[in-house]
Structures are given as structure tokens and as C-alpha cells.
Design a binder for this molecule. Structure first.
Ligand SMILES: *Cc1c(COP(=O)(O)O)cnc(C)c1O
Length: 353
């Protein structure tokens, strides 16, 4: 028996959306999931028509930043059946973020039920083309009306969804960031919490003014070890091995990263998860032994990198004949389109719980 009450909309906006031309991040589907935390428990689980919120000016999330989120995708297979991708990993990570931000964890069972029911109800909002998806944004924020630094006693959990077109990611150019840092061991870099993204805006803006798409974050202690980029983890393909920085306290544990690691291992590639210095990358580049470099994340799946700039070197790459990054992207998008046999058990058909 589901604990979720459903209040379907009487005014679907679906007919107003052109699936061949969806502005990213601005079009929202008809329904959203909502839950409230008060008196020490999550309650009032419901799926309601998408609508604005009323916000109290002292709502704590606005002042002290207790706010966390997830990003995941629902797609359709060849017959139009909705599919989810490793949804249990997203609630595990949401709860890890909640623990770090002193927020209450959410039931994995109710989360999965909510995702299945919400996607089922708005299944016509899933764009059918391969690489397109319904992007799901679960988020929790503090709602106490209180001015003072303490953990809120009340929270709201919402899941909103957005149709997104194929993400034609052009290659990204990166500047090795030598002044600002994203995260420090012991800090909140492993949590998908809103302040991390606010803190990244100024360095990103300055890098853009110099002609780069994004900054490559370095460790905050020595500016020696590579961390990640924007909302993507990093992979470097060397002549004889593939390396991704180990997530040891400051790097967001990407689910796409985990998926790529699992895939590469199962295909017999030599992969290493370990601290990776920028010097090692530069040395390999100079010797002609750096073959590919790419970012991984739910939005782009894989984004190739065509430039990495540091104070002493400007590394340029021609990604036109890279093999591995396109192989991985094709594999993950193919799985999500139900075109490739799912031997890892990552695909979860909607309605199958
Ligand atoms: C979400 C995110 C990623 C990628 O995680 P996925 O689960 O693969 O989407 C990487 N880095 C940061 C900072 C992120 O917020």
C-alpha cells in the first residue's frame, strides 16, 4: 500500500511544450511530490499539481543554507515504457548529504515509491529521443521561521521534474584554478548542498572572462591534486590506464562516475581510482601519453575536454577521434533507451517496485 496521496491536475500544460525545442531548466512538468518534516517525522506524502510555494521571510534555508538536492533522469525504452537509472543510489546519496548538513534522512522506500508514481503520472512528459530525458530534481530544505544558527526542526521535501532535450555538450575548456578552492577535506564538498554551487560562481565567472568554460578544482591544501569540475567528475585516459581522482572527502561521489568505473572494470580496462596530481597529467601530455580527458555527470553523461590551461602550459586536445568517451556515452544512453541489454541491473522500469 502506497503512503502517497495523489491529486492529479485538471489542467495539463503538456500541449504547450515543444519537445524538439526545450529550453534547459525552465520547463516543468505537471506534478510534484511533496513531504513535510515536523515533530520528528516525515509526513504528508503527496503528489500535487506543480505550483509556487509560499515562503516566510525568515525561512531558515534562505539564511543558513540547510538545503540539499539530487539530480537524476527518467527515460523511455523503445516501446515508450519509462525507465529509471540506479534510483537507489540517489536516495543513498541524498541521505548522505542530509547527515552532513544535520538534516533528517528520508525513507528510501517512500522515495522510490514517489519517484515511480511521479514519473508514471507524468510519463508523457518524458521526451522520446535518445539522449533526452525527464530530469528529476529531489530537494530538501529547512523551513523553520527562525533567525538564529541552529538546525531547523521542520523541513520540506519536493521532487520536481523537467523535460530536457539531448544535451549536445560541446567540448569544454578548463582553467586549472590556482586561487579559489571548492572543497576541503572535512568540509561539505561530498554533500550536494546548495552553498557549494554559490561558492563556485565567482571563480567560474572569472574563468569565463578569460575564455574558459569552467575551472578545474584543485585540492585546497596544496593545489596539487585534481578534484573535479562544475557538476562533473573527471577521467583521464593515459596510454596504458584510465585514472579518476579518488573521492576521499572533498569530491562529490558522482553516480555517473561510479557507473563508468563499473563499466570499464567489467570491460577489462585498467582503471585506477587514486589521488591524481596535475603534474602527472602535464607530464603525460608532454610525452604524448595523455589520450583523452572527460567529465562525467547525470546531465551530460560524458563531456569531452579540449583544453586544460595552467600557468606553465596550455594543453590542447583534438577530441574528434577519441574512442573511449564516445563509447561510454553511447553505452549509458543506449542502456537508458532500452537498446542495450542491462547486464549490470542498473535499469529500473517504472512501476516495478
Ligand atoms: C552532481 C555532481 C556531480 C556528478 O554526479 P552524478 O551523480 O554523476 O550526476 C559531480 N560533481 C558535483 C559537484 C556534483 O554536484
Amino acid at each position: 500500500m502506497s503512503k502517497i496521496k495523489i491529486y492529479p491536475t485538471e489542467n495539463s500544460r503538456l500541449s504547450t511544450v515543444d519537445f524538439n525545442n526545450i529550453p534547459f531548466g525552465r520547463v516543468f512538468s505537471d506534478h510534484m511530490f511533496s513531504a513535510e518534516y515536523a515533530d520528528g517525522e516525515w509526513k504528508d506524502f503527496k503528489i500535487i499539481p506543480f505550483k509556487d510555494l509560499n515562503i516566510h521571510p525568515a525561512m531558515m534555508a534562505l539564511h543558513y543554507g540547510q538545503s540539499i538536492f539530487e539530480g537524476m533522469k527518467a527515460t523511455v525504452d523503445q516501446e515508450g515504457n519509462p525507465l529509471l537509472f540506479r534510483p537507489e543510489k540517489h536516495i543513498e546519496r541524498l541521505n548522505a548529504s542530509a547527515r552532513r548538513m544535520c538534516m533528517p534522512e528520508f525513507s528510501s522506500e517512500v522515495f522510490l515509491d514517489a519517484i515511480h508514481q511521479l514519473v508514471d503520472l507524468d510519463r508523457k512528459w518524458i521526451p522520446p529521443h535518445e539522449g533526452s530525458a525527464l530530469y528529476l530534481r529531489p530537494f530538501i530544505f529547512a523551513t523553520d521561521k527562525f533567525i538564529g544558527v541552529t538546525a531547523s526542526q521542520t523541513y520540506r521535501f519536493l521532487i520536481i521534474t523537467l523535460p530536457v532535450g539531448p544535451y549536445y555538450s560541446k567540448p569544454v575548456s578548463l582553467k586549472v584554478e590556482r586561487k579559489y578552492v571548492r572543497a576541503v577535506n572535512g568540509g561539505v564538498g561530498e554533500a550536494k548542498t546548495c552553498g557549494n554551487y554559490a561558492a563556485s560562481l565567482l571563480p567560474a565567472k572569472l574563468a569565463k572572462q578569460e575564455g574558459f568554460d569552467q575551472v578545474m578544482w584543485m585540492d585546497a591544501h596544496e593545489f596539487k591534486y585534481i578534484q573535479e569540475v562544475g557538476t562533473m567528475n573527471l577521467f583521464f585516459v593515459f596510454k596504458d590506464k584510465i585514472v579518476t581522482p579518488a573521492t576521499e572527502g572533498a569530491i562529490l561521489k558522482g553516480i555517473t562516475r561510479m557507473t563508468i568505473l563499473d563499466y570499464l572494470k567489467s570491460e577489462g580496462y585498467a582503471v585506477e581510482e587514486r589521488p591524481l596530481t596535475i603534474e602527472e597529467v602535464k607530464d603525460a601530455y608532454r610525452k604524448g601519453e595523455l589520450i583523452e580527458a572527460f567529465g562525467s555527470g547525470t546531465a551530460a553523461v560524458v563531456a569531452t575536454i579540449d583544453r586544460i590551461n595552467d600557468t606553465d602550459i596550455d594543453m590542447r586536445f583534438d577530441e574528434s577521434n577519441w574512442k573511449l568517451s564516445s563509447e561510454i556515452k553511447k553505452y549509458i544512453n543506449g542502456l537508458r533507451a532500452g537498446k542495450i541489454e542491462d547486464k549490470h541491473g542498473w535499469i529500473v522500469p517504472v512501476g516495478s517496485t
